[in-house]
Each structure stands twice: as structure tokens, then as C-alpha cells.
Design a protein around this ligand. Structure first.
Ligand code: GCB
Length: 599
């Protein structure tokens, strides 16, 4: 049994405090905080100059006398709703990907110089520059992971203002890169909080079942608590009231407290019984609650074992969007909408494609007993040979792992989607796989791969997979669109699959488009009947794969995509959903539901 690599976390935390005031604060929803969501004023900066008429926008300039020339004003500005995609709030911003500078004024309730204050942003797509009361506090890159800056030294009780400049430009050296099959929802897309803490506080905690005790009567929980502050308490206390567990743990000089807890009668988390325990951590003046489930996930030969028992993952893919609002999802209601549909479909598994989804869905999956595949947007067109891009990938992964380490539902880190084999890509992803493992060995690693292209015309109709990346993965996953991109659904009858490795297989995508309400025979493209036919043939074919441990067809709901412009049918929507953007189920929804009922 390998050790959980909490040391790496520690190094990360230290590294992030060294470069400016950025610090990772975990467990944000359970913190003492004030929401800064709501209406924010904004100034447009289409050429990304970051200044207007020679004055920096982040400094919130205002004319000092009647002769003063200031060529922008937040006071006379229009507003945008935060959180939310700016593109879908105003028609003139639909395809806007320049800079927008947002401003929010606020007072601090019960302001105290004994406290520390942090601006926490759930996500801002893609680069965010944060300033408070005219002082710049930091820059963050990556559109789907949270970040936090300390602002204690800049705050006062009244009349503070926070300015966040967001740059949504797509660039070749970004992750994702320039082209993707989804809408580039831009701006501050997730919650903004002002978190307050005591001077020394618990910045994060990491807890997991000690896998080696799975079969024992008294199981063990291993973990680590990370404190931040100048004066460390001697001990922290951890409690799991339901298990009547209470333990004092000494704090090392670097502010970490590693622990092992005996947990007699610990009930394991599973989709059938998604048991969560309330955890309470007390460190000096700070205390914190969380709800955590404990489970093990591993592979044995071609099986995926949850808590030591084989499990078949009945899944579906999902984008992080609320189609009814045409917006990025950001709330518990948004999460409940799609999880409700997935449960109705009979799923125990969701592939959260193709980037980190909002934290609410992960926490709700914990409560509802849905297993998750989480992914980073290493998607088409990545600059594999560029070391800066590898650094960005590591940073995004470390933020995601720090956010979701304690979520039992999250079982697979997917490090890439449909990336072509090349020496630089292989080296990049192999290094990333070992980096992710070094941060977290309580989950499995996979990636959505492609079949060998040259095997397409293989005389035996056998699809083979020789992607060298697969050696570095715990699970072999692949996307396969036979019947939609090339071939007809009937060809599924002749195909079979050959995997070179003794590992479980997940079909991470298959499917085809249908316009809800359009009917025809089973060969009429875009009809609901065609989609049913394609599902029937695909399901029969994939079900015969030796080592099949799960599937996640593409996709639960139609989603916004500027790549999809067929007028009258797509109009900016990828139509491969089993549910339309208005929430109406297509016939193939019931085809898959029936398959899962019998699985
Ligand atoms: C894929 C991609 C996914 C696309 C899908 C499609 O293979 O992974 O992002 O949206 O195909 O609809 O073509």
C-alpha cells in the first residue's frame, strides 16, 4: 500500500504562499464567508489594453476635479450578474472574448483587525486579475478551478471595492487551446466569496480510508491537516461525532498535522449507501466542518473494484451547463437538475467532461451516490512540446485535487481527451499521470483515447488500441463514433475490440445527433429514430468487449457549441444529447435506460 502523498500537498501550499498572496483554501462552502455574488458594474476592454486613456482600469480612477480626464467609469457603468457567463447575459456580448473589468463595492460586516480576509473565486474563465481598493493582489490562470488571494492588509470596514479583470481569449498555449466543441462561457462563472478566518487557520484538510484496512473490523482513516498562520497551536483536534472519535494531533513546525484514526464500525460509502460522516476539526481559534464519505477504489485485472467488489459503471457524459438558462452551471439547483435526469436514466456514474465542473455537483454526487470521472481540458490542439503548458496542466490539477480530494464520489482523474499519439504528447501525459499520482493515490487515472487510425480498414474488423499512454493509466478508455462519424450503425455488428493490456475498459463516448421532435425512419439522420438505432447497435457491440467495466455515452443534454451551425437543426447546439436544451427527453433516453435496467 502506497502512502497518500500529503507531503506533496504541503510543498504546493508553501509554493503558493511564496508567489504573492495566493493561497489555496479548501472546503469553501463550509467557511465563514460573505457572498459577493450579485450585480457587478463592468468596463469593456476589447483590445485587452488594461487601461483607458492612460489610466489603469484596476485602479478605479475617478476625476479629481472638473478638468480631470478619465475615460472610463465604473460608477456610470452597466452591470453583469456574477456568477454567470457574460456571453449569454447581453446579445452584444454573445461571442465577446476580450477583457471585461468587473467591480463590486462592499462593506465588511463585523470587520475586525483580529481576522484575516480572503477573496475566493470559484472560477473565472480564463485569466483573472484581482485588485482590492486599487492595489493589485494577484493573477490566476485557468477557467475552471478555484483560487484565493489574501486581502487582509487592504481592507477597511466600509467602502471597499474589488475589481476583477477577466480575459477570455482562446490561445494556443492555453488549456484548453484554441478550438473546442463547447461554448467558451466567459467571465466570472462561479461564486465569489469574502472568506474570513482567525489569524491562524485551517487552510485545507485531506482524509481518506486506509485501503489496507478495508477488510478489517476496525478500519483506519488517514489524513493531514494544513494550517496557515504565524503562531501555530500545539495540537489540532479532529472529531467524527457519529463514530465517537476524538483525537488530538500534534502540529509540526511547518503547520501540518498528519494523523491516523481508528474507526470501528465505519460504514463505507457506495452508490447504494452514500454514507457521509460529519467531521469537525478544531485548531486554536479556528474550527471547520465537512461531510466526508470513505471508500476504496482500485482495479484487479480487468475489473474496477469499489470497496473490494466489482462494479459496472452505468454512466453518461455531461457538460457543466444549465441549458434552460443557457449558462454555465454554478448552483445546487443546476446540479440537482442534471443529477435528477441522470438518476432517472439509471446511472450510477457521470463523466464530467471536459474540464472541472462546479463543486456543487461533486458534493451532491457524494450525497446522492453517483460516481464521478473528473477531467482536465487537455483536449484538441494542445502544445505538448511547450513546458509552460505542462506547468499550467499541473497547476490546474493541483487546484482540482485540493478542491475535491475529500469527495468519495470522485473516483477517476481523466488526464486528457482524444489526443493524437506523438512523442511529445506521450511524454507530457506520462509525466502528468505520475504527477497526479504523486498528489493523490486514492483514485484511478484514465484518459479518453482513440483507436489506432490505421486499423480502420482492418480486414478482420478488429479495432486495436496501442496508445503508449495506456501503460500509464489504470483504466483504458476510448471514444468511438462508428455509425455517426463514418460507417452506418449496422456496421457495429461486424466489429470487435482488442486491447493489449489486462486493464478494465470504459467506453468514454459514443452517440449521434438527434433533433428532439424530429421523426423519420431509422436511417434518417437527425431523427430521434436514427439515434435509437445507433444506440441499439452500439450498445450491443460495446457490451461484448472483454473487460468492459463501464460506459459513458455522449451526452446527457444538448449543449451549446459554436462549432455546430447547421441551420434549422443545430443552430449553435451539439445535438447528441438524450435530452433537448428545453428538457424534453428523446427516444434514445429510454433505449439507454432499458439497457441499464438490465445491466
Ligand atoms: C468527441 C469529443 C467531444 C465532442 C464529440 C462530438 O469525440 O470528445 O468533445 O463534442 O466528440 O459531438 O463530436
Amino acid at each position: 500500500m502506497k502512502k497518500i502523498h500529503f507531503l506533496s500537498f504541503l510543498l504546493l501550499c508553501i509554493a503558493s504562499t511564496v508567489c504573492g498572496q495566493e493561497i489555496f483554501i479548501g472546503n469553501a462552502p463550509f467557511r465563514t464567508s460573505t457572498s459577493l455574488n450579485g450585480k457587478w458594474e463592468y468596463v469593456l476592454d476589447p483590445f485587452r489594453t488594461e487601461q483607458m486613456g492612460g489610466k489603469s482600469i484596476y485602479r478605479n480612477a475617478t476625476p479629481q476635479n472638473k478638468t480631470d480626464r478619465v475615460e472610463y467609469s465604473f460608477n456610470a457603468a452597466q452591470t453583469l450578474w456574477v456568477p454567470g457567463s457574460w456571453n449569454t447575459q447581453k446579445p452584444e456580448l454573445t461571442y465577446y472574448e476580450g477583457n471585461i473589468w468587473y467591480r463590486r463595492k462592499f462593506d465588511v460586516d463585523k470587520y475586525s483587525t483580529d481576522k484575516r480576509y480572503f477573496v475566493y473565486v470559484g472560477a473565472a474563465n480564463y485569466i483573472a486579475k484581482v485588485s482590492v481598493n486599487s492595489e493589485s493582489v494577484g493573477r490566476h490562470e485557468g477557467g475552471f478551478t478555484p483560487f484565493c488571494f489574501e486581502v487582509t492588509h487592504l481592507l477597511q470596514e466600509k467602502d471597499n471595492y474589488l475589481i476583477i479583470g477577466v480575459n477570455a481569449a482562446r490561445r494556443a498555449d492555453n488549456i484548453p487551446a484554441e478550438v473546442a466543441d463547447w461554448f467558451n462561457h466567459s467571465g466570472i462563472t462561479r461564486d465569489v466569496l469574502l472568506i474570513e478566518t482567525p489569524k491562524t487557520f485551517i487552510s485545507n484538510h485531506f482524509m481518506a480510508l486506509d485501503k489496507s484496512t478495508l477488510g478489517d473490523k476496525t478500519r483506519r482513516i488517514k489524513g493531514n491537516i494544513v494550517l496557515n498562520g504565524k503562531k501555530m497551536p500545539q495540537n489540532v483536534q479532529i472529531q467524527i461525532p457519529e463514530l465517537k472519535t476524538k483525537k488530538q494531533i500534534p502540529v509540526a513546525s511547518d503547520g501540518t498535522a498528519h494523523f491516523t484514526l481508528e474507526a470501528p464500525k465505519l460504514k463505507l460509502w457506495s452508490p447504494e449507501t452514500p454514507k457521509l460522516y460529519r467531521i469537525c476539526i478544531i485548531a486554536g481559534e479556528d474550527s471547520l466542518n465537512d461531510e466526508i464519505g470513505f471508500r476504496s477504489i482500485e482495479t484487479r485485472g480487468k475489473q474496477i473494484l469499489l470497496n473490494g467488489k466489482p462494479i459496472f459503471l452505468k454512466g453518461i457524459c455531461l457538460h457543466d451547463e444549465n441549458p434552460l438558462r443557457r449558462d454555465r452551471a454554478h448552483s445546487a439547483d443546476d446540479a440537482a437538475l442534471v443529477l435528477g435526469w441522470a438518476k432517472e436514466l439509471g446511472c450510477n456514474f457521470l463523466r464530467l467532461a471536459h474540464y472541472p465542473h462546479q463543486e456543487n455537483i461533486v458534493r451532491m454526487a457524494d450525497k446522492e451516490g453517483i460516481l464521478l470521472w473528473e477531467e482536465l481540458p487537455l483536449y484538441w490542439g494542445i502544445q505538448w512540446q511547450n513546458p509552460v503548458v505542462l506547468k499550467k496542466a499541473k497547476q490546474q490539477y493541483s487546484e482540482l485535487i485540493q478542491r475535491d480530494f475529500n469527495r468519495a464520489s470522485s473516483i477517476i482523474w481523466s488526464i486528457a481527451n482524444e489526443t493524437a499519439i506523438s512523442p511529445s504528447r506521450n511524454a507530457f501525459l506520462a509525466e502528468l499521470a505520475s504527477y497526479v499520482r504523486s498528489l493523490d493515490n486514492t483514485r484511478l487515472i484514465s484518459a479518453a483515447c482513440k483507436k489506432d487510425q490505421e486499423a480502420d480498414g482492418h480486414p478482420d474488423n478488429v479495432y486495436t488500441y496501442n496508445d503508449p499512454l495506456m501503460e500509464h493509466l489504470d483504466i483504458i478508455s476510448f471514444n468511438e463514433y462508428l455509425g455517426w462519424y463514418g460507417g452506418s450503425p449496422s456496421e457495429c455488428r461486424n466489429k470487435s475490440f482488442k486491447m493489449g493490456l489486462e486493464k478494465p475498459v470504459i467506453v468514454s463516448e459514443f452517440g449521434g445527433g438527434a433533433m428532439q421532435g424530429m421523426h423519420g425512419d431509422s436511417l434518417t439522420r437527425w431523427s430521434e429514430e436514427f439515434q435509437v438505432y445507433l444506440y441499439e447497435e452500439s450498445l450491443r457491440m460495446f457490451d461484448q468487449i472483454d473487460g468492459l467495466a463501464g460506459m459513458a455515452p455522449w451526452i446527457l443534454v444538448d449543449f451549446m457549441s459554436p462549432l455546430r451551425q447547421l441551420h434549422g437543426i443545430q443552430d449553435g447546439w451539439n445535438r447528441k444529447g438524450l435530452i433537448s436544451e428545453k428538457g424534453a427527453k428523446k427516444k434514445a433516453f429510454y433505449t439507454l435506460k432499458k439497457f441499464y435496467e438490465n445491466k
